[in-house]
Design a protein around this ligand. Sequence first.
Ligand SMILES: [Fe+2]
Length: 246
Amino acid sequence: MLYGILADIHANLEAALVVKNFLQQMGVEKILVLGDTVGYGVNPIECIELFESNGTTFIKGNHEEALLTGKYTGFNTEARISMNWTKKNVPERYLQKISSWKETMEMDDFVICHGGLNDPLYFYTNTRTKAKKMFDEFQFNYCFVGHTHFPMAFSLKKEETLPAIIAEEADGRIRLVISTEKRFILNVGSVGQPRDGNPEACCAIYDTKSRIFELHRIPYPVEVTSKKIIDAGLPSSLAARISRGL
Ligand SMILES: [Fe+2]
Protein backbone atom coordinates (compact mmCIF):
# COMPACT_ATOMS: atom_id res chain seq x y z
CA MET A 1 0.00 0.00 0.00
CA LEU A 2 1.21 3.48 -0.87
CA TYR A 3 0.12 5.89 1.85
CA GLY A 4 0.05 9.68 1.74
CA ILE A 5 0.45 10.92 5.32
CA LEU A 6 -0.07 14.53 6.32
CA ALA A 7 -0.98 16.67 9.30
CA ASP A 8 -1.83 20.18 10.40
CA ILE A 9 -3.56 21.43 7.27
CA HIS A 10 -5.00 24.21 9.43
CA ALA A 11 -7.72 25.22 6.98
CA ASN A 12 -5.15 26.26 4.36
CA LEU A 13 -6.90 25.30 1.14
CA GLU A 14 -4.16 26.44 -1.23
CA ALA A 15 -1.56 24.23 0.50
CA ALA A 16 -4.04 21.35 0.75
CA LEU A 17 -4.80 21.50 -2.99
CA VAL A 18 -1.15 21.25 -4.09
CA VAL A 19 -0.54 18.42 -1.63
CA LYS A 20 -3.56 16.46 -2.82
CA ASN A 21 -2.54 16.90 -6.47
CA PHE A 22 1.00 15.84 -5.68
CA LEU A 23 -0.13 12.70 -3.82
CA GLN A 24 -2.45 11.76 -6.67
CA GLN A 25 0.37 12.19 -9.20
CA MET A 26 2.58 9.96 -7.06
CA GLY A 27 -0.07 7.21 -7.18
CA VAL A 28 -0.92 7.26 -3.47
CA GLU A 29 -3.72 4.79 -2.67
CA LYS A 30 -4.78 5.91 0.80
CA ILE A 31 -4.43 9.26 2.58
CA LEU A 32 -4.12 9.65 6.35
CA VAL A 33 -4.63 13.10 7.91
CA LEU A 34 -3.17 13.26 11.41
CA GLY A 35 -5.21 16.05 12.97
CA ASP A 36 -5.58 19.83 13.00
CA THR A 37 -7.37 20.01 9.68
CA VAL A 38 -9.11 23.10 11.11
CA GLY A 39 -7.88 26.21 12.96
CA TYR A 40 -5.78 29.27 11.98
CA GLY A 41 -6.92 29.37 8.32
CA VAL A 42 -10.21 30.30 6.70
CA ASN A 43 -11.17 27.16 4.73
CA PRO A 44 -11.84 24.43 7.31
CA ILE A 45 -14.89 22.99 5.53
CA GLU A 46 -13.25 23.02 2.11
CA CYS A 47 -10.18 21.24 3.47
CA ILE A 48 -12.29 18.49 5.05
CA GLU A 49 -14.30 18.05 1.86
CA LEU A 50 -11.21 18.05 -0.35
CA PHE A 51 -9.80 14.96 1.31
CA GLU A 52 -13.05 13.36 2.42
CA SER A 53 -14.00 12.75 -1.22
CA ASN A 54 -11.02 10.36 -1.47
CA GLY A 55 -11.92 8.02 1.39
CA THR A 56 -9.27 9.65 3.54
CA THR A 57 -8.86 8.63 7.19
CA PHE A 58 -8.93 11.64 9.54
CA ILE A 59 -7.51 11.66 13.05
CA LYS A 60 -8.55 14.21 15.67
CA GLY A 61 -6.10 16.98 16.64
CA ASN A 62 -6.14 19.47 19.51
CA HIS A 63 -7.80 22.09 17.27
CA GLU A 64 -10.67 19.71 16.50
CA GLU A 65 -10.98 19.04 20.23
CA ALA A 66 -11.14 22.80 20.92
CA LEU A 67 -13.79 23.21 18.23
CA LEU A 68 -15.92 20.42 19.70
CA THR A 69 -15.51 21.16 23.41
CA GLY A 70 -14.71 24.88 23.63
CA LYS A 71 -11.67 24.04 25.80
CA TYR A 72 -8.72 25.99 24.41
CA THR A 73 -5.99 24.01 26.20
CA GLY A 74 -2.60 25.61 25.54
CA PHE A 75 -3.95 28.06 22.96
CA ASN A 76 -2.28 31.47 22.57
CA THR A 77 -4.23 34.62 21.66
CA GLU A 78 -4.05 34.07 17.88
CA ALA A 79 -5.16 30.45 18.23
CA ARG A 80 -8.11 31.52 20.41
CA ILE A 81 -9.21 34.23 17.98
CA SER A 82 -9.00 31.88 15.01
CA MET A 83 -10.85 29.12 16.88
CA ASN A 84 -13.66 31.56 17.72
CA TRP A 85 -13.83 32.35 13.99
CA THR A 86 -13.83 28.62 13.15
CA LYS A 87 -16.70 27.98 15.60
CA LYS A 88 -18.80 30.62 13.85
CA ASN A 89 -18.03 29.26 10.39
CA VAL A 90 -18.25 25.47 10.75
CA PRO A 91 -21.86 24.20 10.63
CA GLU A 92 -23.20 21.57 13.02
CA ARG A 93 -23.14 18.72 10.49
CA TYR A 94 -19.35 19.05 10.22
CA LEU A 95 -19.02 18.94 14.01
CA GLN A 96 -20.82 15.61 14.02
CA LYS A 97 -18.40 14.32 11.41
CA ILE A 98 -15.35 15.59 13.33
CA SER A 99 -16.58 14.09 16.59
CA SER A 100 -16.36 10.64 14.97
CA TRP A 101 -12.64 11.05 14.25
CA LYS A 102 -10.48 8.86 16.49
CA GLU A 103 -7.46 10.01 18.52
CA THR A 104 -5.27 7.02 17.61
CA MET A 105 -5.54 4.24 15.05
CA GLU A 106 -3.58 1.12 14.18
CA MET A 107 -3.02 0.53 10.47
CA ASP A 108 -1.00 -2.35 8.98
CA ASP A 109 2.02 -2.60 11.33
CA PHE A 110 2.04 1.07 12.44
CA VAL A 111 0.10 3.52 14.60
CA ILE A 112 -1.08 7.06 13.89
CA CYS A 113 -2.02 9.94 16.18
CA HIS A 114 -1.77 13.74 16.29
CA GLY A 115 0.79 14.47 19.00
CA GLY A 116 2.13 11.34 20.64
CA LEU A 117 0.72 8.20 22.20
CA ASN A 118 1.33 9.48 25.75
CA ASP A 119 -1.36 12.13 25.26
CA PRO A 120 -2.62 11.81 21.67
CA LEU A 121 -3.99 15.32 21.20
CA TYR A 122 -1.38 17.32 23.09
CA PHE A 123 1.96 15.48 23.46
CA TYR A 124 4.83 17.25 21.67
CA THR A 125 7.23 14.59 20.39
CA ASN A 126 10.01 17.07 19.74
CA THR A 127 12.98 15.94 21.87
CA ARG A 128 14.91 12.72 22.28
CA THR A 129 13.74 12.51 25.91
CA LYS A 130 10.06 12.80 24.95
CA ALA A 131 10.51 10.31 22.10
CA LYS A 132 12.14 7.93 24.58
CA LYS A 133 9.17 8.29 26.91
CA MET A 134 6.85 7.28 24.08
CA PHE A 135 9.07 4.35 23.01
CA ASP A 136 9.24 3.15 26.63
CA GLU A 137 5.60 3.47 27.55
CA PHE A 138 3.97 2.09 24.40
CA GLN A 139 4.27 -0.98 22.22
CA PHE A 140 4.55 -0.05 18.54
CA ASN A 141 6.85 -0.68 15.60
CA TYR A 142 6.59 2.81 14.21
CA CYS A 143 4.23 5.71 14.71
CA PHE A 144 3.37 8.67 12.47
CA VAL A 145 2.64 11.96 14.25
CA GLY A 146 2.21 15.69 13.54
CA HIS A 147 1.36 18.56 15.95
CA THR A 148 4.82 20.20 16.20
CA HIS A 149 4.64 21.44 12.57
CA PHE A 150 8.31 20.47 12.41
CA PRO A 151 9.34 17.48 10.27
CA MET A 152 11.62 15.15 12.18
CA ALA A 153 12.08 11.45 12.87
CA PHE A 154 13.39 9.43 15.80
CA SER A 155 14.74 5.90 15.62
CA LEU A 156 15.57 3.49 18.42
CA LYS A 157 17.58 0.26 18.24
CA LYS A 158 16.96 -2.38 20.89
CA GLU A 159 20.25 -1.81 22.71
CA GLU A 160 20.11 2.00 22.62
CA THR A 161 19.04 4.04 25.62
CA LEU A 162 18.26 7.31 23.83
CA PRO A 163 16.70 7.53 20.36
CA ALA A 164 18.60 9.08 17.44
CA ILE A 165 17.20 12.14 15.70
CA ILE A 166 16.82 12.10 11.94
CA ALA A 167 16.46 15.71 10.79
CA GLU A 168 15.32 16.93 7.41
CA GLU A 169 17.91 17.62 4.72
CA ALA A 170 18.74 21.16 3.56
CA ASP A 171 16.00 20.85 0.91
CA GLY A 172 13.40 20.18 3.64
CA ARG A 173 13.09 16.46 2.84
CA ILE A 174 13.62 13.25 4.77
CA ARG A 175 14.08 9.86 3.08
CA LEU A 176 14.66 6.70 5.08
CA VAL A 177 13.99 2.99 5.10
CA ILE A 178 11.81 1.83 8.00
CA SER A 179 14.05 -1.02 9.05
CA THR A 180 12.46 -3.83 11.04
CA GLU A 181 15.59 -3.74 13.26
CA LYS A 182 14.54 -0.40 14.76
CA ARG A 183 11.47 1.40 16.03
CA PHE A 184 10.53 4.83 14.65
CA ILE A 185 8.52 7.95 15.44
CA LEU A 186 7.98 9.89 12.21
CA ASN A 187 6.73 13.47 12.29
CA VAL A 188 5.26 14.40 8.92
CA GLY A 189 5.44 18.20 9.47
CA SER A 190 2.58 20.52 8.52
CA VAL A 191 0.70 21.08 5.28
CA GLY A 192 -0.69 24.49 6.06
CA GLN A 193 1.55 26.12 8.66
CA PRO A 194 5.14 24.74 8.62
CA ARG A 195 7.33 26.04 11.45
CA ASP A 196 10.78 24.88 10.36
CA GLY A 197 11.62 28.03 8.40
CA ASN A 198 10.50 26.52 5.10
CA PRO A 199 7.06 27.83 4.08
CA GLU A 200 6.50 25.07 1.52
CA ALA A 201 3.72 22.57 2.29
CA CYS A 202 4.95 19.36 3.83
CA CYS A 203 3.63 15.81 3.34
CA ALA A 204 4.93 12.25 3.49
CA ILE A 205 4.62 9.14 1.36
CA TYR A 206 5.13 5.72 2.86
CA ASP A 207 5.36 2.52 0.81
CA THR A 208 4.60 -0.58 2.91
CA LYS A 209 6.32 -2.82 0.31
CA SER A 210 9.70 -1.09 0.03
CA ARG A 211 9.31 0.38 3.56
CA ILE A 212 10.59 3.70 2.22
CA PHE A 213 9.37 6.82 4.02
CA GLU A 214 9.80 10.06 2.11
CA LEU A 215 8.96 13.55 3.23
CA HIS A 216 8.27 16.07 0.45
CA ARG A 217 8.02 19.86 0.28
CA ILE A 218 5.73 21.52 -2.24
CA PRO A 219 5.42 25.26 -2.95
CA TYR A 220 1.97 26.83 -3.03
CA PRO A 221 0.63 30.40 -3.51
CA VAL A 222 1.08 31.43 0.12
CA GLU A 223 0.23 35.08 -0.67
CA VAL A 224 -3.31 33.99 -1.63
CA THR A 225 -3.78 32.25 1.73
CA SER A 226 -2.27 35.20 3.63
CA LYS A 227 -4.65 37.63 1.93
CA LYS A 228 -7.65 35.46 2.82
CA ILE A 229 -6.58 35.46 6.49
CA ILE A 230 -6.30 39.27 6.50
CA ASP A 231 -9.58 39.72 4.60
CA ALA A 232 -11.38 37.50 7.14
CA GLY A 233 -10.24 39.87 9.91
CA LEU A 234 -7.97 37.30 11.58
CA PRO A 235 -4.65 38.41 13.17
CA SER A 236 -2.07 39.58 10.59
CA SER A 237 0.56 37.55 12.49
CA LEU A 238 -1.16 34.39 11.19
CA ALA A 239 -0.77 35.65 7.62
CA ALA A 240 2.87 36.64 8.22
CA ARG A 241 3.95 33.37 9.81
CA ILE A 242 2.87 31.18 6.89
CA SER A 243 4.92 33.40 4.54
CA ARG A 244 8.01 32.78 6.66
CA GLY A 245 7.29 29.18 7.62
CA LEU A 246 7.51 29.95 11.34
FE1 LIG B 1 -1.36 22.09 14.63
